[in-house]
Ligand binder design. Structure first.
Ligand code: G1P
Length: 300
């Protein structure tokens, strides 16, 4: 599919404090989901959607991430010497995948600030932002649909999902109007992580955005919000009220999303994705059934 967007921004400067001690020396983006770093799924998603130009907004301690998307010549040579073509392919996959670029965030001033740091690279075109904590199943073409809506309506697009109201305080929450397309809504209101019990809806932003470049001057003017950080959600609220820039639309996603943002959800994501795999699934599913039976018999 051809579309007007070519660049992807992936904020990756967080400290990953929810995963300590695992993230003391390892960037959280490099934690494996089954057998691949979480961040590789995100880059694969971008490439699948036809966007191989990826800018990571990084911080200190992210060398492992840069190494992962670079050649590993010594390792490659050893595998060539052993004639291990299968493993060689796994090693080469991530370095051949995309055209990767890096910019440092500098001050950790929030997601909106991280996106603002991409301005020089992005220039005057629309671009996508993919957050590494949300993995979208490769069979569900969310990003492609968002790019299509962006192109057809000349608007910013966010991915929205219905969440359990008890979880709404963990997300940016949208109030919306219906449109003539069942999976597309016009965003009217946005609030970043509303205090528990105050969310105006259960439609949450999941970490996929297609943004018009007009977001940059708005981000520059956006005062620190929730957590004293510059929030992308707040800048999008300004864009939503601006008909001249096409407002903000949401694509309501009903597919498979794996949250790797906290420990319990990360473990669930590993189990679900491993169950789907041809090599691991049959063995894992059989063991899980036995294990669950045992849990039912001897509840903790
Ligand atoms: C960010 C956004 C939030 C969004 C969430 C999706 O929050 O600020 O609006 O709902 O990603 O994962 P974070 O989870 O990075 O704190």
């Amino acid at each position: 599919m051809r579309h007007t967007v070519t660049k992807v921004v992936v904020p990756a400067a967080g400290l990953g404090t929810r995963f300590l001690p695992a993230t003391k020396a390892l960037p959280k983006e490099m934690l494996p989901v089954v057998d691949k770093p979480a961040i590789q799924y995100v880059v694969e998603e971008a490439v699948r959607a036809g966007l191989p130009d990826v800018l990571f907004v990084t911080g200190r301690n992210k060398n492992a991430l840069e190494n992962h998307f670079d050649r590993a010549t010594e390792l490659e040579q050893i595998l060539v010497g052993k004639g291990d073509a299968a493993r060689l392919q796994l090693v080469c996959e991530s370095s051949a995948l995309a055209n990767v670029h890096y910019v440092r965030q500098g001050d950790p001033l929030g997601l909106g600030h991280a996106v603002l740091r991409s301005r020089d690279h992005v220039g005057d075109d629309s671009f996508a932002v993919l957050l590494g904590d949300d993995l979208i199943d490769g069979r569900d073409r969310l990003l492609e649909r968002m790019l299509q809506v962006h192109d057809e309506r000349d608007t910013c697009v966010v991915a929205l999902m219905e969440v359990d109201p008890a979880q709404a305080h963990l997300y940016g929450i949208a109030t919306v109007d219906a449109t003539d397309e069942a999976d597309v809504v016009r965003v009217r209101g946005l609030v970043e992580k509303p205090p528990a019990g105050t969310a105006p809806s259960n439609l949450a932003i999941v970490g996929r955005y297609v943004l018009k470049p007009e977001i940059f001057p708005v981000l520059e003017q956006t005062a620190p919000g929730r957590g004293s950080e510059i929030q992308l959600t707040d800048a999008l609220l300004t864009m939503a009220a601006d008909d001249e820039v096409g407002g903000v639309h949401g694509v309501v996603f009903r597919g498979r999303r794996y949250d790797t943002g906290d420990k319990l959800d990360y473990i669930k994501a590993n189990v679900m994705l491993a169950c789907e795999r041809e090599d691991l699934g049959p063995g894992l599913r059989a063991w899980l059934r036995e294990y669950v039976e045992q849990l039912v018999l001897e509840p903790v």
